[in-house]
Design a protein around this ligand. Structure first.
Ligand SMILES: NC(=O)c1ccc[n+]([C@@H]2O[C@H](COP(=O)([O-])OP(=O)(O)OC[C@H]3O[C@@H](n4cnc5c(N)ncnc54)[C@H](OP(=O)(O)O)[C@@H]3O)[C@@H](O)[C@H]2O)c1
Length: 279
């Protein structure tokens, strides 16, 4: 779909990544990727490993991680796996500390693990555990893991954190309230710490990713014909972020929509309400 004229018009056709430049950036260095057991994280892991990085793969499913590590090794790459549930904040902190103790400051932390639930307010009114679950994986766990790693990067005066966020952070839609709130919370944290880190040579990139066809989006969008990236396209966005070290990577309509909704909040709310009523 991203090869279609509509995908191109929406800025969803990924620019090719110069593989030699990627090799110069991550080759022989440690790249930590959360949510690497499938989907976008797996695709990022394969791309970075093919460019010569030692990839450290994190997620909960140890068997799936081992399978991705097997793919990396059978292509001649180097991979280490670490099974951790990011909702367990002590385990997430310990994972970050262990990475630093065993490997030093990584070149790149790709904060990609995430979970989404599409549910209206009434449907989760008696399911507060869904709110804490999403806050754990999308906000608190990523902060807990990143803290020791970012401190080590600052000390080493090098490194980059790439956060795989959603375009919905700037354009929150009804039905996605908890997902966008928790993803936007992590993004706001990054906006705040980014200047502190930049002063010590550590870059922060927030990717505002549009719809991507993975297991996460399948329950809501599998049968729609909406323009969407593939997991491999999304991995290209991440690789581009590693090369450009841009602060934000977002489709043009995401940026325009963010400006328009900030300038005309009542109109934006009325539009969102109309869409919600028709859905
Ligand atoms: N797909 C889209 O349309 C889309 C759009 C915008 C942004 N994104 C973002 O892209 C990122 C990757 O999503 P995806 O589409 O590749 O989804 P996915 O295929 O469902 O992959 C999610 C990854 O996160 C890991 N994960 C989930 N809960 C975890 C936990 N508690 N602790 C540690 N790891 C956990 C999963 O592994 P385990 O289950 O093994 O733990 C899996 O590796 C997410 O942050 C998502 O918000 C996706």
């Amino acid at each position: 779909m991203t090869r279609s004229p509509v995908g191109t018009l929406l800025g969803m056709r990924p620019h090719a990544v110069d593989s030699e430049a990627l090799r110069r950036t991550v080759g022989g260095r440690l790249v930590v990727i959360t949510g690497a057991s499938r989907g976008i994280g797996r695709a990022v892991a394969l791309r970075c490993a093919a460019a010569g990085a030692h990839v450290l793969l994190l997620a909960r499913d140890a068997a799936a991680l081992a399978s991705v590590a097997g793919e990396v090794r059978s292509a001649g790459g180097e991979a280490t796996v670490h099974a951790v549930d990011l909702r367990d904040l002590e385990a997430a902190t310990a994972a970050g500390e262990r990475i630093v103790a065993e490997h030093g400051a990584p070149a790149l932390l790709v904060s990609n693990a995430g979970h989404s639930i599409h549910r209206d307010l009434v449907s989760y009114a008696d399911r507060l555990h869904d709110v804490t679950r999403l806050a754990g994986v999308n906000l608190l766990g990523p902060v807990a893991l990143a803290l020791p790693i970012l401190v080590a990067m600052r000390r080493a005066r090098q490194g980059q954190l790439i956060s795989v966020g959603t375009v919905g952070m700037a354009l929150p839609g009804p039905g996605w309230s908890v997902y966008t709130a928790t993803k936007a919370g992590f993004d706001a944290w990054l906006r705040s710490v980014s200047p502190e880190l930049a002063a010590d040579g550590v870059a922060v990139t927030s990717i505002h990713l549009p719809l991507t066809r993975t297991a996460m989006s399948a329950p809501t969008y599998a049968r729609t014909r909406l323009p969407a990236l593939s997991a491999d396209d999304a991995a290209t966005w991440v690789c581009r972020a590693a090369l450009t070290r841009a602060r934000v990577i977002s489709p043009w309509w995401g940026r325009l929509g963010a400006v328009a909704t900030a300038a005309f909040p009542s109109t934006a709310d009325r539009l969102a309400e109309a869409i919600w009523r028709r859905s």
